[in-house]
Design a protein around this ligand. Structure first.
Ligand SMILES: [Zn+2]
Length: 382
């Protein structure tokens, strides 16, 4: 498994799957977590308007996510479906957990919220097509959300209905490079609205014709049960892969998703302090950490790996999701021993309602090196 991740990474094939399943790289700095920045405040104002207090797709109360592409507030379950359609169909952001640019906020507000969006995307909702309810199955959600936003089967046809942002399908090369993620929401799309509206009305007719009752692509659909934030703190005494040093970076993989830290040049004791977020699939795979040395002209060199079972952390987060305990509480620990790779016990704590685990690991399949990370399970209701 480690081998396949490495190969997929080196030949770039991993990129497409990763973009498909998890197009976003969430990153934010720790010091900002408690203050709500200006742009986000505007979003919360819009959230309080009627129509935006329930998920635009299934009606679940108190949605905490949005589709930037369609201007809707959605619940975590629907956000997982949106995300799995790919960023070219729906770009998903968290209201609180992501850092928004002013431009993203303006674009989102301009789209008008749930009522405006549903007026457009559900204008021609047939009587026999029922919207999913808050307790709908993943299949019902996937079918409805695909028909609504990807196939545009319910889109209004009047002149005032225009297509939203529909960026072109991007190639697998759009990995999680920060330059691309930070790219502001594409404004050019508005210029092509009329053309898109025409194409979409055609696509809709075609889709009505072709779209089967159950799409085969649903078979691969994974339901996400939450999010894990991985703060890659630092590496210590890492292996030398260049002449006297290395240019290390870390790949974090969970199932089919992977994200990576930035490269720190010429440093065997790098401090990344970089937070990355991954969705947790229902069947929780181990979290894999792979350290590489960045080489400009050849394949990156392997600098060790580690594997973490995050199930105890997720279980603790589930158990304490609604806890009102405010003082820091130890919930459990992964005990360091000769048989595992821990440098010290990996203690799971509840701090300010968040369930966290600090882990310090000896890297495996390498001559030396220790990696320190902090895990945080984002409450599943976020
Ligand atoms: Zn929903």
């Amino acid at each position: 498994m480690e081998m396949s991740v490495r190969q997929e990474n080196s030949d770039g094939a991993y990129g497409s799957m990763q973009d498909y399943l998890f197009p976003e790289k969430h990153s934010w700095s720790r010091k900002d977590r408690n203050k709500v920045p200006g742009p986000q405040r505007k979003l919360e104002k819009l959230l309080n308007q009627p129509g935006n207090k329930i998920c635009a797709d299934c009606g679940s109360p108190d949605p905490k996510w949005v589709s930037l592409s369609h201007g809707v507030y959605i619940c975590i379950k629907c956000s997982g479906v949106h995300r799995s359609l790919g960023v070219h169909i729906s770009k998903v952001l968290s209201i609180k957990l992501d850092e928004w640019t002013d431009e993203q906020v303006s674009c989102f507000i301009e789209l008008g919220g749930n009522i405006a969006a549903n007026k457009k995307y559900e204008a021609c909702l047939p009587d026999e097509c029922r919207k999913p309810k808050p307790d709908a199955s993943i299949e019902e959600r996937v079918e409805f959300i695909r028909r609504k936003y990807e196939l545009l089967q319910f889109l209004g046809t009047s002149d005032n209905v225009t297509s939203s942002h529909r960026p072109q399908r991007t190639s697998s090369s759009s990995q999680t490079s920060s330059s691309q993620e930070k790219k502001p929401f594409d404004k050019q799309a508005t210029r092509h609205r009329i053309g898109n509206a025409l194409r979409n009305s055609w696509a809709r007719k075609e889709a009505e014709y072709k779209y089967p009752k159950k799409s085969s692509s649903m078979a691969g659909m994974v339901e996400f049960i939450g999010l894990i934030k991985v703060n890659v703190v630092r590496g210590t005494n890492l292996a030398i892969r260049d002449v006297v040093s290395s240019d290390p970076y870390v790949i974090i993989a969970l199932g089919h998703q992977s994200v990576r830290t930035r490269v720190i040049k010429n440093n065997l004791n790098p401090v990344w302090n970089e937070s990355l977020m991954l969705s947790i699939p229902e069947q929780i795979p181990p979290l894999k950490l792979l350290v590489y040395d960045k080489d400009t002209f050849s394949t990156d060199d392997f600098m060790g790996e580690a594997e973490i079972d995050i199930q105890p952390l997720v279980a603790a987060a589930k158990a304490y999701e609604t806890s009102s305990v405010t003082e820091s509480t130890q919930l459990g620990k992964w005990v360091a021993s000769k048989d595992n790779t821990l440098v010290q016990d990996g203690v799971i704590t509840l701090i300010d309602g968040m369930v966290k685990q600090d882990i310090s690991l000896r890297l495996q399949n390498v001559e030396r090196g220790v990696l320190e990370i902090e895990l945080e399970c984002v409450p599943l209701t976020q």
